[in-house]
Design a protein around this ligand. Structure first.
Ligand SMILES: [Zn+2]
Length: 89
C-alpha cells in the first residue's frame, strides 16, 4: 500500500489500533530474508514510480503476498472519514 497524504487512505485508516503485544513480533520469531527482499523491491519500485510520475501507484490498494503459494492479492482500501490521523475532524 502506497501512502500519499491527502490522496488516499493512511496506514491508520486500515489499522486503527496498534496490535496487542500478544501478537507475534518479528523481533521474537525472525523474518524470512527473501520475503523482506521481495517486498522491499516492490516498495522501491513504487517510490521510483512516484518520483517519475509514472504508472499506477498502490494508492487505495493493498497488495498482499502469500509466500507459500507465491500468490499476490490486491484489496481495495478506502480512506476512513473517521480516521484520527487523516479523517475529516
Ligand atoms: Zn487515515
Amino acid at each position: 500500500m502506497t501512502i500519499i497524504p491527502g490522496q488516499g487512505p493512511c496506514f491508520r485508516c486500515v489499522f486503527r489500533e496498534l496490535p496487542e503485544r500478544s501478537v507475534t513480533s518479528t523481533a521474537d520469531v525472525g523474518i524470512l530474508g527473501s520475503i523482506a527482499g521481495i517486498i522491499g523491491c516492490i516498495q522501491a519500485t513504487e517510490a521510483v514510480k512516484y518520483l517519475l510520475g509514472q504508472g499506477d501507484l498502490l494508492v487505495n490498494r493493498m497488495l498482499t503476498m502469500d509466500g507459500l503459494t507465491m500468490s499476490f492479492l490486491e484489496v481495495e482500501i478506502r480512506r476512513d472519514n473517521q480516521c484520527p490521523d487523516c479523517g475529516n475532524n
